[in-house]
Design a protein around this ligand. Structure first.
Ligand code: ZN
Length: 441
């Protein structure tokens, strides 16, 4: 027998409310009632039943009533309300009546595949209640009330716990992440957090390692999904990168170094999704046409034709054209005298003169022009001189850091997250000292 969880909740809360009311009465009226009828107070159990307000009773569907038949339907592609009502054994007329009688019935029009409808029908086949379940946190219900149906929203808050994962890389971040129990979303988030400092397609080496502290969301003791990464560390070729989430007072969430420097930078290290890169590409091989090693001033990313290519920073397209050597190519002018070039594209998605944002898709990987296989040839120039993106990125202007005025709040919020990640008690102690010294001021 299926239970009816939300209604059950309502029933319980009504009951506990009435119990609360009843148990309050004796203390309020104690002195007055003691004189006239000292022993007349009814036992609490009994009064709880009496106290159930008649008016609210119709709102509460009997949680385990044998007279109600529950029909829970999952919305499928191509479903309409009419089809769903039919699957529940109801007619078009039933549906139209319901839509006319139910408060806020139009909200049912937002059904999408994956959502669920739960009909509770009485012995006459009439609707007693209809629940619309968007997901486990959000649903609403229409409960029979007199001639119509009253509308109730049911929002639930998940319980949030912290969890951590760590891994060491053999071949790729993706595989190491999966091996350590991370899902795709967490792996991508990790790559995004460090995506300004580390080129996950080309910089990764065997032995690189990472650890993350993140949120897990639970409902009724069951895991719903993973939430945000709270703090993270990535060791790339011996260099340690750390990041921690900070929630600003306006609700904005950003990642910073533990010292408060923004992780975001003007340029992404790699203009392609690292998961799309094939590793066995040798840029130094002899050119098949000229049989020489061409002077090579860029970075080659081998990926299958059609892989999206991102602009590595905000800027303006100054060339989008075809050339017999470059193939389809795009050149973007950024602030600070920086230019980036993207060659051998299969398709170009931007025009000369167009403004582009960081990570906007400007084309797709191809093998047009003088090229031996699908790859992106990427160049980074500062004041007309080719530079290595790995080393230049540290020298370029940085996004705004944590302002001194919020530094204290930043540290209070982020230090425990770093401490939990590193497992270092010193950081925690340092925080306590900061708090204590703050109190005495
Ligand atoms: Zn190249």
């Amino acid at each position: 027998m299926r239970t009816f969880p939300s209604s059950h909740l309502i029933a319980v809360s009504v009951l506990s409310l009435s119990l609360g009311v009843v148990s309050m009465i004796p203390s309020n009226e104690a002195s007055a009632s003691r004189q006239s009828k000292p022993l007349a107070l009814p036992p609490i159990q009994e009064s709880a039943e009496i106290a159930l307000p008649e008016a609210e009773a119709p709102l509460v569907v009997e949680p385990e009533s044998p007279t109600l038949e529950l029909k829970r339907l999952t919305v499928k592609n191509g479903d309409s309300l009419s089809l769903l009502f039919k699957r529940a054994g109801l007619s078009d007329r039933d549906m139209m009546n319901f839509m006319a009688e139910a408060d806020q019935a139009r909200k049912l029009e937002s059904i999408r595949p994956g959502h669920e409808l739960e009909f509770a029908l009485n012995t006459d086949g009439q609707i007693e209640s209809l629940r619309y379940i968007k997901n486990r946190l959000s649903s609403f219900a229409y409960l029979k009330e007199g001639e119509g149906f009253a509308y109730h929203e049911e929002e639930r808050e998940p319980e949030i716990y912290q969890a951590s994962r760590a891994g060491q890389i053999d071949s790729s971040l993706y595989l190491a992440g999966v091996r350590s129990g991370m899902d795709d979303k967490l792996i991508m988030e990790l790559a995004e957090i460090f995506g300004w400092d580390i080129d996950f397609a080309l910089d990764i080496r065997k032995g690189d390692s990472f650890r993350i502290l993140y949120e897990e969301r639970f409902l009724d003791g069951e895991k719903l999904d993973n939430g945000a990464i709270l703090s993270a560390e990535f060791v790339n070729q011996g260099q340690v990168f750390q990041a921690v989430r900070y929630i600003h007072t306006d609700g904005r969430q950003e990642y910073y170094t533990p010292e408060g420097r923004n992780m975001r930078k003007a340029f992404l290290r790699a203009p392609v999704d690292f998961r799309r890169i094939s590793s066995n590409f040798n840029p130094k091989r002899l050119h098949p046409v000229t049989k020489t090693v061409r002077p090579h001033r860029g970075i080659d990313y081998a990926a299958s034709t059609g892989t999206p290519v991102w602009s590595s920073g905000d800027g303006k397209v100054i060339e989008s054209a075809y050339h017999k050597y470059n193939g389809n190519y795009v050149i973007i002018q950024h602030g600070g005298g920086v230019q980036t070039k993207y060659l051998h594209l299969h398709k170009r998605f931007v025009k000369k003169g167009e403004r582009v944002r960081q990570k906007q898709v400007i084309g797709s990987v191809g093998t047009t022009g003088l090229s031996t296989g699908p790859h992106l040839h990427y160049e980074f120039l500062l004041n007309g001189v080719h530079r290595n993106p790995r080393t230049i990125v540290q020298k370029l202007p940085k996004a705004e850091s944590i302002d001194d005025s919020i530094k204290e709040d930043f540290l209070r919020q982020t230090q425990p997250l770093m401490a939990a990640l590193i497992g270092d008690n010193n950081t925690e102690l340092a925080l306590k000292e900061t708090e204590e010294s703050g109190d005495t001021l």
